[in-house]
Design a protein around this ligand. Structure first.
Ligand code: MSP
Length: 512
């Protein structure tokens, strides 16, 4: 058995999930589903980052306790993932006792090892990002991602000796070019590591912030939210001694947005190194989603599209498809209602939906709805079969590099190729000539078998619609392992001659 562990960011739960959250979670879910289809034992983790000032403030504004507010929002995240067909195996909550225990153990170990010390600290603090910032990071007096300028703070803090791990991290990045993807983010971190990074403040005085995990040996302080949150990648696996940790951790891939690159490199790599945890295997870094106006989607600009509303209007599968196909992972890109509608109408309705409905309706019309047996394959069929055979490995290779958009593009190219094949072989003409009956059987069978392959290849992106298509094709659903359905069944072992198929419209076109 091969194990694969994939994580989404552990989201702050001070509001409902937005499209940026959906982008990260759908990518992680799609990767999890592809790896599962390829036969790996997969663990997908998401969760709620419930401590820290941001959450405490949101709770205060809503006149709730932080625990009650986090509870309510965590639940709305869980529901949102269900609605978006994101199916995590674990949902970690940083306020859970099991997690707090792991954080306390780690703190104690690091303190005992001399990796943590107490000192006075004065500096500029960004409340938006929940961290101290340096002058160098500021543009016009504030962090570009913040609305408010940072505030000056002086207080006793516990510090983690992050600087002591800098050279080791630099070497790790140099020795493992594939660690952080795409490469531009690795280069960015390498540049940061060329100069001192300082030590990391990892506690807050309790009188300023009570909502957190107490520092085990000094309860006048609580643990800094990032130190706590990053450990939520290991606590759900029963770190340090449960077998799940040993099984899954070596394969871990974190999916994050570029806004949290620094914390996932400087903080997390040094923390794991100090704790003796192997560094993650991959860090997959996304760009930002932009609104129709080309600016970063944000609540204050009001340029975002609500993911649940979009799933309601366009369907969850069309939304997932658009997120994967439209904005290449690692780059910034626009997601607007117009973009989703265009993907739905063109790629899904015109190309894929049309291929499915014309194929199925011809089988119903010309063959009484029964899958025909193929007769003699000609050059056109051999070309399609060859492509169908290559695609699963090509798709998996791209997914492995977190390029699911490119993978899906290849499958959709194949769909286009199949539409051209329909036009060239003109089944409607063959149907008028009794001597061409064998040829018509071969063409219809080829289309059905190729569609079955497409339904498997796109299942991780559009589980709902592809399951529907597989039902119409009369084949067991690929997610139903007990049925013996398999993802890359060889050509000729998918649809079965004699099986009944049914017609349907997969993606009704949305009129504008
Ligand atoms: N709680 C931390 C993460 C801790 S991980 C141990 C946090 N949470 S967050 O709720 O702010 O979510 C951050 C993630 O949401 C980003 O890294 C990114 O993946 C996603 N996005 C938030 N806004 C985004 C866009 N506009 N575009 C794309 N993704 C963005 O940070």
């Amino acid at each position: 058995m091969t194990y694969r562990y994939i994580t989404t960011p552990i989201y702050y739960v001070n509001d409902r999930p937005h499209m940026g959250h959906a982008y990260a979670s759908v990518h992680a879910d799609v990767m999890a589903r592809y790896l599962r289809a390829a036969g790996h034992e997969v663990m997908l983790l998401t969760g709620a980052d419930e401590h820290g000032e941001k959450i405490a403030r949101a709770a205060q504004q809503a006149n709730e306790t932080p625990q009650a507010s986090a509870e309510r929002h965590a639940r709305s995240f869980e529901e949102a993932w269900r609605a978006l067909a994101v199916e995590p195996d674990r949902f970690v909550r940083t306020s859970a006792p099991d997690h707090a225990r792991v954080v306390s153990q780690c703190l104690t170990r690091l303190f005992d090892a001399g990796e943590i010390y107490l000192a006075d600290y004065e500096g500029l603090y960004s409340v938006g990002q929940e961290r101290f910032v340096t002058e160098k990071e500021l543009v016009d007096g504030k962090l570009p991602e913040d609305k408010e300028p940072p505030v000056v703070r002086r207080e006793p803090n516990y510090f983690f000796r992050m600087e002591a791990h800098r050279e080791w991290m630099r070497q790790l990045l140099l020795d493992t070019p594939e660690l952080i993807q795409p490469a531009q983010y690795r280069n960015e971190v390498l540049r940061l590591l060329e100069e001192p990074i300082g030590d990391l403040s990892i506690s807050r005085p309790v009188e300023r912030l009570a909502w957190g995990i107490p520092i085990p040996w000094d309860t006048r302080h609580v643990t800094y939210v990032w130190f706590d949150a990053l450990l939520s990648y290991v606590s759900p696996l029963g770190y340090p001694d449960r077998p799940e940790f040993a099984r899954f951790w070596p394969s871990v891939r974190h999916v994050i947005g570029k806004d949290i690159l620094r914390t996932h490199t400087l903080f997390w790599l040094s923390m794991t190194h100090a704790l003796g945890i192997a560094p993650y295997r991959r860090l997959h870094v996304s760009g930002h989603l932009l609104g129709a106006d080309g600016r970063k989607m944000s609540k204050s600009l009001g340029n975002g599209v609500d993911p649940l509303a979009a799933a309601g209007t366009y369907g969850v599968d069309a939304l997932r498809y658009t997120l994967i196909r439209e904005v290449s992972f690692g780059f910034d890109g626009i997601i607007s209602e117009a973009v989703i509608e265009q993907r739905l109408n063109r790629d899904l309705a015109d190309d894929l939906g049309n291929l499915a409905s014309r194929t199925l309706s011809m089988v119903v019309k010309y063959r009484g709805g029964l899958v025909p047996a193929p007769k003699t394959y000609e050059a056109a069929e051999h070309a399609l079969m060859a492509r169908a055979r290559e695609l699963p490995a090509a798709v998996l290779a791209l997914v492995d590099e977190m390029k699911p958009g490119r993978a899906v593009e290849q499958v959709m190219e194949f769909v286009k190729q199949l539409n051209v094949y329909v036009a060239n072989s003109a089944p409607w003409t063959l149907a008028r000539d009794a001597r061409a009956a064998g040829r018509l059987d071969t063409v219809l069978y080829t289309l059905l078998e190729a569609l079955y392959g497409v339904s498997n290849l796109l299942y991780p992106v559009m589980p709902g619609k592809m399951k529907e298509l597989q039902t119409w094709l009369g084949v067991p659903n690929v997610s139903d392992v007990a049925s013996g359905a398999s993802w890359d069944r060889p050509w000729g072992e998918g649809v079965k001659p004699g099986t009944v198929v049914s017609e349907g419209i997969l993606f009704p076109k949305l009129a504008n």
